[in-house]
Design a protein around this ligand. Sequence first.
Ligand code: HEC
Ligand code: HEC
Length: 112
Amino acid sequence: MKKIAVLVLTVLTFFLFIFSISAEPTELGAEKCAKMCHKAEYDSWLKTKHATMRHKVDCETCHGKGSDYAKMWIMKDKEAAKAAGLIAKPDKENCLKCHKNDFKESMLKECH
Ligand code: HEC
Ligand code: HEC
């Protein structure tokens, strides 16, 4: 009887684990990033076209959806944050899908 209970628990834990890592990350929103730590980037981003146009390009469009990496203890660990989907320094590849014709290296410094 005990063995079966252990087996059932093991299988349940396994499926919970698989579920927790396979769930797609979701967006938390720019305000959340500002409140947590990044007020400076937020204020400066607000002044860009990305923030004022109708289909916003916000923090998570460039840096990756935040639900998995936004916890403080993950953010403080560069490797863990990266594994959880953070793109700390977005590069050209993150821009080209929208800026195919007008991309310039200098634009990477003008996001916020
Ligand atoms: C259009 C794309 C884009 C958007 C939108 C954007 N960023 Fe960035 N972010 C970048 C790029 C590119 C860099 C790297 C800049 C550099 O190398 O100087 C960067 C760098 C950063 C860094 C420094 C990372 C490091 O390790 O040095 C932080 C923090 C940051 N962004 C936060 C934010 C927050 C918060 C928002 C939303 C309010 C935001 N970003 C919106 C593109 C973006
Ligand atoms: C989802 C589409 C999308 C992505 C991804 C995107 N952009 Fe943009 N970006 C736009 C649009 C649309 C505009 C407005 C163009 C216009 O009105 O001229 C814009 C404008 C800009 C501007 C001008 C900002 C201003 O205030 O005048 C810069 C600089 C820029 N993008 C840099 C970047 C960089 C760097 C990346 C990648 C890290 C990036 N963008 C990713 C869609 C995007």
